[in-house]
Every structure is written in C-alpha cells, then in structure tokens.
Write a protein that binds this ligand. Sequence first.
Ligand code: NAD
Ligand code: AKB
Length: 308
Amino acid sequence: MVTGALGQIGTDLVEELRKKYGNDNILATDIRKIEDNPGVENGPFEILSVIDSDSMDNMVKEYDIQAIYHLAAILSATGEEKPELCKKINVGGTVSVLETAKKNNLRVYAPSSIAVFGPDAPKTAPQITPLNPKTMYGKTKVIGENLANEYWHNYRVDTRGLRYPGLISWKSPAGGGTTDYAVEIFHAALEKGHYDCFVDSNTRLPMMYIDDAIRGTLELMEAPINEIGNSRSGYNISGLSFTAQQLADSIAEKIDGFTCNFIPDKRQIYADSWPDYIDDSQAKEDWKWKAQFNLEKIVDSMIEGLSD
Ligand code: NAD
Ligand code: AKB
C-alpha cells in the first residue's frame, strides 16, 4: 500500500513498485481522487485519509497488504501556513501507519527529510547531530523518525526511511515545499522562457533526481535486515548540491534565451535553515548507497521528460 500516492514521489514510486511486483499487487491510496493523477490508473486505487486508522486497517486486511510506503504528508511551505494541519496529518498519519503495521505485522517505509536539520547543524549535515529544526514540517519529521525507531525497538515493526533532499521530477508537480523551485523552474523555462525564483540566487540546497530517490527507496527496503543499522528511520542520502543560480545557468545552456529573476519570499527563511550538503557515508557503508545523477544529466532528463 502506498499512502499519498498521487503526489510527487508517489507517482514515480507506484510506477516502479508495479513494474517490480505487478500492477494488481500495489494499492495506491490518497485523499484526492484518482482523476487528479491518471498516471496511477493502471492498478487498484482507494481514497484513504491517513488519519482514518479504522479504514486503513480494513483496507490492509481486504487487500492482504504486507508493507506500507507512507508518503502522505504536508510539506514545509504549506506546513508553515497551516501548522495545526501539518502536525495532525504528519504525526497523526504516521501513528496510524505504525499502529496498523503493529497489528497486522507489516513492514513500513516512512520517508524523512533534510528538513530535520536546523540552523545549528553543520552545513554538511552529518548522520548524527542534534536535530533542532525551525519549521513545523521539520519538527514533525523528527517526531516521525523517533516514532519509527520506537516501533522497531519496542514492537519489532521493520520501519525504514530516508532523509530525502529536495527531489526533482517531471511526472507530477511538486506540492507545497521549499525545494519546489527546482521543479517549477523547468516548467516555466519550457512554457515561458522565464522564471521568477522564490529563493535567492546564492541559495544552496541538497537535491536529488527522482530516479536516484526511487532506486534508493527500493534498495533500502530490499536490504537484508542485518545491514540496517541505527539510522534505519532516517538515513542521510546525498545526490548533489547546487545554488539556484547554478541551476538557472545550466538550464540556460540548454534552452536558448531562458532568463531567471530571483525574488525571495518567506520560503527563503526555511531554505536558509537547512544544510548545504549531506554526509551520506552511513548509507554508503550500511547498504551501499550511491547516487547516479549529476546536474547536467538532471537538466537533460527534465527537459526531455517535460517535452514529450
Ligand atoms: P506531495 O505533497 O507531492 O504528495 C503528498 C500526497 O499526500 C498528496 O497527493 C496529497 O493529496 C496526499 N495527502 C495529503 N493529506 C493526506 C491525508 N490526510 N491522507 C492521505 N493522503 C494525503 O509530497 P511528496 O513530495 O510526494 O512527498 C512524499 C513524502 O516524501 C513526504 O513524507 C515528504 O515529507 C517526503 N519528502 C519529500 C521531498 C520532496 O522533495 N518531494 C523531500 C523530502 C521528503
Ligand atoms: C520541502 O521543500 O518541503 C521538501 C523537503 C525538502 O522535505 N521538498
């Protein structure tokens, strides 16, 4: 079962899981209607709010579910606008998933984020460092990691998760995050030849192409349990790191005449509170993680994907 399956990551993850396990064996769920994302129409779909734990439990039994990939969440920008909703969905949803997993003996994949780090973390964020995020979203992600660890230690629920950097993809729009500029810029470049970027030109953030993120997700879930260490619910993974200016310049090399203005809004504050780089040596050591996409490859893949 995939929760939040119609979102940015769900669209790609459902497709890969269905290729691997068969279309009928992956149940996509979301609070939105499937018409919002016809990309996941090739297999079963149910409307499910992640805070409705009774419906989740019934669906798990009806479809004989063995693992939940829990993607439903409110991201950083929306989370700062609606902090109560962010707490309710991100923390409440994770509790529903973990309780359902405990009752039904399921495995759980629950992603975390680079938003767990706060301004006091080193600019190259290590795996282990005090986590003092400033955003409500980041706080809910720290709680999510802690809850996942608790269900592993206390109830032996096999919980795993990655601290995704900002993800860049073309099959579905990004939803309510701070790193969304790195997706929006491609749409704007192809449609209008111009983008007004909501973070400053020198803003540097850790980023990753969706193919690397999905491969990392599947590799983590497939890794033998004895390879998974204490970072199980929030492995750092690094893709690449670039400034908004570097991204704009790389796009301008491929799209003649592309221009970009930098007009920071409040999302600048959230971006400034996050690290520039991620140290992923623990993931490399434990389950042999390695990213494959550099900036040029990402720009080429995005332009090709969006131009089809
Ligand atoms: P998204 O916003 O694109 O998708 C989230 C989905 O959850 C949406 O389809 C939405 O309809 C659904 N949803 C919202 N409330 C719901 C509810 N009550 N019940 C069920 N579904 C609900 O998000 P995403 O980018 O696909 O992120 C998925 C996960 O990955 C989240 O946990 C997010 O924190 C994490 N993450 C994403 C990124 C990124 O750059 N995309 C980076 C770090 C971590
Ligand atoms: C966001 O910007 O909120 C997400 C994230 C980095 O978790 N993309």
